[in-house]
Write a new protein. Sequence first.
Length: 357
Amino acid sequence: MLTLARADVLLPTDTAWQAVLDRVPHDVYHTPEYHSLPGFGQEGQPRAFHYQEGDRDFLWPYLLTPIADAPGYSDATSVYGYPGPVGSADPEFLTRAWGALQDHWGSQRIVSAFTRFNPLLGNFNLLAELPTAAAGVREFGNTVAIDLTLSEEVHLQRYHKNLRYDIRKAREAGVVTVEDHDWTDADAFVAAYQDTMARCGSRPEYIVDRPWVDRFRATLGATVRLFVTKLGDSVAAAMIVIDYNHVLHCHLIGTAPEHAAVSPSKVLLDDVRSWGTRNGRQSMHLGGGLGGRQDALFEFKRKFSPLTRSFRTGSWILNEPIYRELEARNHARLAVAGIQPDQISYFPSYRFNPAVS
């Protein structure tokens, strides 16, 4: 029997977007609500390409981002986090879905496409048997996860011995964690997070303020939680956690500089891990190092768990002539600042701006 194929593009207001997600394994980063959030470099109009044959689905959420230097052209970019495609794993179906996606992006005059894959879902595997798709997949190190189904005793055994010592000393100093149900300490979180990002030399678009936090909470609703670690009445560390499909995502965390010496973030992560286990969650995703690197941040997270997941990105040039023209223009601008093309690893290269990248 011939199965009819259907391809369409969904907006966040289309109920079909969530309906497709309800039929396939997915994460919060695939939802229309998450794609509607501002900030964190999330520029563009939320879209989701959907291809369907019978009971098989393929969904690729993305941001349609216009190119300022090329009116009428756009890029398909990724939200902050771990999206990528979701759907049926049948290779023949995926071949047709990938072809339909290329046709769609071509009709939209999209020059390049970029996504971050989801380490917990391993959804880069959906493209593994599609040569043109797999050619654009790159490995960028690992992220760290904690298996919340394990016992408390096993968790503590898995902690690095120095981590156990630091947590014990912090608790002896009076550091305690609570869930801030009413987000009373949201301003304190913002202050701690801003200071943490400033010390890390973070890009400007990663700096949040109170209106952003309020909109984030209003958009994602009950799936977001604020945990606050205090020393006395003072907020020592705080973290926004996304609680979705039995997974805790450590989304944003900040430490107040005046309390950094007592390691409150270690107690915070340990307490959220314990909360997740008590409340039946299955996994806690700590993320990776800066830019996916296995740096000091990654090693800090590894002290909590030996469990790692492969972090991969995907990048594809869809319109080679326009891409190279835009790239040449940006290279000329960068040369004035003394930046050579071989120093640029950013994709797409024509969007590289040393002032913000």
